[in-house]
Unconditional design. Structure first.
Lengths: 306, 251
């Protein structure tokens, strides 16, 4: 069944888009991530303009993080103060990201910057994740105990000034790393159409020592807020948020995530992390190939005004 | 645009002149096309008749008809990628201030068999001769060719010879396909009648391509009330997420 997308201005097959949302939702549910970093490239590779793909994935991430956030809210596993600080700084980052998105779009370098950023971030993070998962798999095969980090351990981040207390996370930490983290993820998320959960969760655990039980709910709430802001900013800025495309993706994503989450309960932690690292790395390599390989067409068109 | 008006005027004068001239009477199957959610393309039928009277000169070579369907003009920039530090980057670019968003030419025979390149380029006929706000021959041919090629493969530009059929020596008909990706706006349908290599008559009809229904509402609100649109999309997303969480609640 073909449907006409009002903002992308192109007809698409509903079932193909629905399946894409479902597949990414499944992987997201399996690995406990939003999957924006998969969905955006998938839409771009399938012919949706990069600007529309990035802007439309934002509301899709809002939907997927809302269902997750509600369930963590019922379990009281959210640090609202931490999420609030992350969100406030994330909004500043989002505004910067939306401004840059708009500017790059007008000079014809947006696609290049999106591809470059995806290649660098996904390549680096994917390689680190895969390496870490393979090492821990090898260690457990040799029967060694994994190197546990004691929660009381402090690092250089805990020596920074402007400290505030987060009761829910039992944390007394400087505002600076939180602001950098929130702002950076807001910026990247708005520019690249990713929720940033796959960066935020490890950062909160390893850098700030937020208890693992609270991290995911808090990260989901931060993602929800930042991506909601990104949706509004993109609507006002470039006007590339496609509500119809977003709706189909959301329905597919929400359903797929449920099956993925059930599957995820049956797999071991390091296997999951290994899979995720492999996936992230693959998408990064795909972008690298796209950038280096001789393009099918050296020319491209852009409509400036009408 | 001014040139096209002048042309229409000239054609009108030509048809008014006695003795040699033919009159062109033509019509379009619909003057309004609606793009709704299930729109995957349609065919616009253009038909007409060449009226002659007793004093009209004989045309043993027969008539040729050229039908141009042209969408609203837009400013388009064509960019060329170059390898820079190993990766492909957009470098040179060329602007075309009046590139049509849609342009199709149907004719009875290949255009260069119908008339001369001078006449074709004077009347914006054919992909090789149409004016995009920056005429050919200014060192921008690669970019102009790219514009034509990319739009052709997207189904937005087309040049088809032999598609206009003469059902009788004076009655012609053509079905012009409009693809699912056709842009909206005010279109023109220009019908030109040729005989012995000369333009005999010219006729212009308007065609409105409009988005309708839900898609149109979304498009209009997104354009006119972007802030409201953004908030509605966010509300929709939160509702969808909440509903999903409730329906599939496991704990």
């Amino acid at each position: 069944m073909e449907i006409y997308l009002p903002i992308a201005e192109t007809p698409v097959n509903v079932f193909v888009i629905f399946a894409m949302g479902g597949a990414v939702g499944f992987v997201g549910g399996l690995l406990g991530i939003g999957g924006g970093f998969l969905l955006t490239p998938l839409l771009i590779f399938s012919g949706i303009p990069a600007a529309v793909a990035v802007a439309t994935v934002a509301p899709q991430i809002v939907a997927s993080s809302t269902s997750g956030a509600f369930s963590y809210f019922r379990r009281k596993a959210i640090d609202f103060k931490l999420a609030g600080v992350l969100f406030a700084t994330g909004t500043v980052g989002s505004a910067l990201g939306a401004w840059l998105f708009d500017t790059l779009g007008r000079t014809g370098t947006l696609d290049l910057v999106i591809s470059l950023c995806y290649m660098i971030f996904l390549g680096t993070i994917g390689a680190i994740m895969l390496w870490e998962a393979v090492r821990s798999m090898l260690r457990s095969r040799r029967g060694e105990a994994p190197a546990l980090r004691r929660p009381g351990q402090h690092n250089w981040i805990h020596g920074l000034p402007f400290k505030i207390r987060f009761r829910r996370s039992r944390l007394y930490v400087s505002l600076l790393p939180i602001a950098v983290l929130g702002g950076g993820i807001g910026f990247l998320g708005t520019l690249l159409g990713i929720g940033g959960g796959f960066i935020l969760v490890p950062a909160l655990i390893y850098l700030l020592r937020v208890p693992t039980s609270i991290v995911i709910g808090t990260s989901l709430l931060q993602t929800l807020g930042t991506m909601a802001t990104a949706t509004v900013l993109h609507s006002v800025g470039t006007g590339t948020v496609d509500a119809v495309l977003a709706l189909i993706l959301m329905i597919g994503g929400v359903i797929g995530a449920q099956f993925g989450a059930q599957m995820g309960l049956k797999l071991r932690g390091e296997v999951l992390r290994g899979l995720m690292g492999l996936l992230v790395l693959t998408v990064g390599i795909r972008f690298a190939v796209e950038l280096v390989a001789v393009p099918r067409d050296l020319f491209s068109l852009a409509v400036l005004s009408w | 645009m001014v040139r096209r008006l002048a042309l229409a005027l000239l054609a009108a004068l030509a048809t008014a002149a006695p003795a040699t001239a033919e009159t062109l009477v033509a019509s379009v199957s619909s003057s309004r096309i609606e793009i709704s959610s299930d729109f995957t393309g349609t065919t616009l039928v253009v038909f007409g008749v060449v009226e002659r009277d007793a004093r009209t000169v004989a045309r043993p070579g027969g008539y040729d008809v050229v039908v141009v369907v042209r969408g609203p003009d837009e400013e388009v920039v064509a960019r060329r990628k170059q390898r820079t530090f190993g990766i492909w980057v957009n470098r040179e670019s060329e602007r075309f201030p009046e590139a049509p968003s849609f342009y199709s030419v149907d004719s009875t025979r290949p255009l260069d068999e119908i008339t001369s390149p001078e006449i074709l380029s004077a009347h914006d006929l054919g992909l090789r001769y149409a004016d995009f706000g920056r005429g050919p021959g200014q060192g921008n041919e690669p970019f102009r060719d790219a514009l034509v090629r990319i739009r052709e493969s997207a189904g937005l530009f087309a040049e088809r010879a032999g598609t206009v059929t003469m059902l009788t020596p004076t009655f012609f008909q053509v079905g012009v396909p409009l693809p699912g990706t056709v842009p909206d706006g005010r279109f023109t349908v220009e019908i030109s009648l040729f005989g012995d290599g000369a333009l005999l008559a010219h006729n212009v009809a308007d065609l409105a391509v409009e988005k309708t229904g839900f898609e149109d509402a979304v498009h209009v609100i997104a354009g006119e009330q972007p802030l409201l649109y953004g908030f509605v999309v966010v509300a929709m997303a939160i509702f969808a997420g909440w509903l999903g969480g409730v329906v599939f609640r496991r704990d």
